[in-house]
Design a protein around this ligand. Structure first.
Ligand SMILES: [Ca+2]
Length: 521
């Protein structure tokens, strides 16, 4: 634990936590079984099922969303796990919006569950400093499926952990999800070719957007199309990657630098956007729009070149429903290539939600939980935790196809896989009975989005910067306002120099210092 973290994160809340959490167990990690035989069992091979002789109570907390808890105590999956691992699961189902507060109350009374997750990074950092979580760094190697799945050098595994400890397993789903997508039928209407990935330059992007905006691409006889929109914020819209602008932070000459100091890159991008605005290619009301507005424009058959997520097929269905005379075809594209060959899809900050094991759990209990998770990440385990139990939640019909039973919906067998822990991947809603073509399309889409991912290279470090936490939102809002002024021509391109300088002087210099210190911790 670095000094920086101690200074910043030991809040009165964390102090409350210490009292509750580690009473009678100052180290937090000396389990009963280790104490009994006088040696650490942490590095022993995991018990085989025959060795799980002692029946263990395991408490698990999980969030539910929308109304009421999802599972009853006699849920078939709980029974299955109880039998398989000789355990007695006590499931605490907590209303999603109340989750953090409930956990804090449990922490204060020294009564945290054995297995739960934390989606609030500052809480994860605070609590690890107070010894709330079992350190998995020396244990994971004994669970071959887990250690293979969560490689110790994976950025999502490392994020928010000290370099020599592992206090939780990361939630990893989409690494990049949104891509620029195009209405192929609009291209056809205008006699334009669909560009290949190599041909899709930022100039080609502009040419298409301009044609869409000016040549009645939707063929309704009205000039109602929009070339492109940059929403919700110029600072995050992924066209910037064509101009080499960072996803928050990038590494340059061994230092992490923020996008706000990439003045030359911003000048090139803002010149492009200013021209697009002047020529009516960029949405004239872009600064007033939110994501919903843009989605409505897409569904309203007015926007044919846009940023969208993996559910583009549903989008096609909605456009078709409202405009039955159209034959919408949406193609997800590789991102446009900028003047220096840069291109990218914005990557998410991944691994910030962690599944943790209570440090107060005995070694035997930690072992049993890790056995469960080690099984969970396998094909078999994931199938049980997602599709449910064969013969209860689904079955094979006479044609050999998987079909759900009437218990699948009410039992919600995917509950824990969706809300507590799952192996890395975006297939949370893909089941044994999912349409084969849909599964292939999903995999193809994920691969495309991920291929061009630009990650924030300071991912997670912002939680270690006091100045970032206090000032970044305001500083960024001011910076964003400057970008808007430049795009609409209220200020010249050179105004970005002043905006950058003001960002630095207003606290940015200190943020850069603290982020780089956190990176070196
Ligand atoms: Ca039109």
């Amino acid at each position: 634990m670095s000094k920086l973290m101690k200074v910043w994160f030991v809040t009165f809340l964390a102090l409350t936590l210490v009292v509750g959490c580690s009473s009678g167990n100052t180290n937090g990690n000396t389990g009963n079984s280790a104490a009994n035989n006088g040696t650490s069992v942490s590095n022993e091979k995991p018990s085989e099922s025959a060795k799980n002789e002692e029946k263990l109570d395991i408490s698990i907390a999980v969030r539910y969303w929308g109304g009421s808890p999802s599972w009853t105590d006699d849920h078939p999956t709980i029974k299955y796990l109880n039998d398989k691992f000789n355990i007695n699961i006590k499931l605490l189902q907590i209303n999603g919006p109340d989750y953090d507060e409930k956990l804090k109350v449990m922490a204060a009374s020294g009564d945290l569950p054995d297995l739960y997750n934390i989606a609030t990074p500052s809480m994860y950092i605070n609590w690890q400093a107070e010894g709330a979580f079992a350190d998995l760094s020396t244990r994971l190697q004994n669970y071959p499926n887990l250690s293979k799945t969560f490689s110790e050098d994976d950025v999502a595994v490392r994020v928010l952990n000290p370099s020599d400890k592992l206090y939780g397993l990361p939630e990893i789903s989409w690494i990049a999800r949104d891509t620029i997508q195009i209405r192929k039928d609009w291209l056809d209407n205008l006699g334009l070719e669909l560009p290949s990935a190599d041909e899709f330059t930022i100039d080609k992007f502009y040419e298409i957007a301009k044609a869409f905006a000016t040549q009645d691409a939707n063929q309704n006889g009205i000039k109602d199309e929009i070339g492109f929109a940059i929403v919700p914020a110029v600072m995050t819209y992924p066209l910037k990657y064509a101009f080499g602008i960072a996803n928050g932070w990038t590494e340059k000459d061994g230092q992490l630098i923020p996008q706000q100091i990439q003045v030359d890159e911003w000048k090139a991008y803002l010149t492009f956007l200013n021209k697009a605005y002047q020529e009516g290619v960029l949405d004239q009301d872009f600064a007033l729009r939110n994501s919903n507005d843009v989605e409505e424009m897409i569904k309203g058959n007015r926007l044919g070149l846009f940023l969208f997520r993996n559910t583009y097929k549903q989008l096609v269905g909605e456009i078709k429903k409202t405009f039955p005379e159209t034959e919408p075809e949406v193609i997800p594209m590789a991102p446009p290539i900028g003047p220096n060959g840069d291109r990218g899809n914005g990557g998410y900050n991944i691994g910030l939600t962690k599944t943790v094991i209570n440090a107060k759990a005995s070694d035997a209990k930690i072992d049993r939980i890790l056995q469960i998770l080690d099984w969970w990440v396998t094909e078999e385990g994931t199938s049980v935790m997602k599709n449910g139990i064969e013969g209860v939640h689904y079955e094979k019909n006479a044609q050999g196809e998987y079909v759900i039973t009437d218990r699948w919906e009410p039992d919600l067998p995917r509950n824990l896989n969706s809300n507590l822990f799952h192996r890395p991947g975006t297939d949370l809603n893909i089941y044994l009975w999912s349409d084969e073509q849909d599964v292939l399309d999903h995999q193809e889409y994920e691969a495309l989005a991920k291929k061009y991912v630009v990650l924030n290279e300071a991912m997670g470090l912002e939680f270690y910067s006091d100045t970032y936490q206090k000032k970044a939102a305001d500083l960024d809002a001011k910076f964003e306002t400057a970008l808007l002024k430049i795009i609409v021509g209220d200020q010249p391109i050179e105004y970005i120099e002043q905006a950058s300088a003001e960002w630095l002087a207003g606290g940015g210099d200190q943020i850069i210092k603290e982020i780089n210190e956190a990176a070196a911790r």
